[in-house]
Ligand binder design. Sequence first.
Ligand code: NI
Length: 178
Amino acid sequence: MILEMCYYGDPVLRKKAEPVEEITDEIRQFCADMIETMQHHSGIGLAAPQVGRLLRIFVTNFSHEDEAGEFHLSEPKVFINPVLKNPSDALVERSEGCLSIPKLYDSVVRPLSIDVEAMDLEGNLFQESCYGYQARTRMHENDHLNGVLFVDRIKGKRRTQLEPALRRIKQQYAHKRA
Ligand code: NI
């Protein structure tokens, strides 16, 4: 089932998500729905708060970027109760977008690499060492679980320049909120 998206201006995007206590059939179905929703919108990642649920879950189908800068997708992967560790000191600035902030793209500074620990749908812990744009997708989605949007990581004059576009998006999607 394709889930209803929440857009910039929706207070749910600003709240901290809660850990998943138990992986029930309902949670498994919800994760399948998140994957379907991400694919429907041609996204490379989606976090539960973006579909209105304050749970620490995100999904992504981003695998890696090759030397020519081409993006490669993987089978969709589910991250439950993810923990990010060991961000590199090295930072890199790259363009990002977000399904909750339609058609707005801007560059964000983030660590080049990071380790991710999370649970899969069977409740097994797994670890990933991520690099480059793959690391960035995990950090972007994990930010959603803490009520943080990529535009929050853009500071100063460039952020100020984004304000009119953000205001427009907020107005445009206001009818989607109760
Ligand atoms: Ni996003």
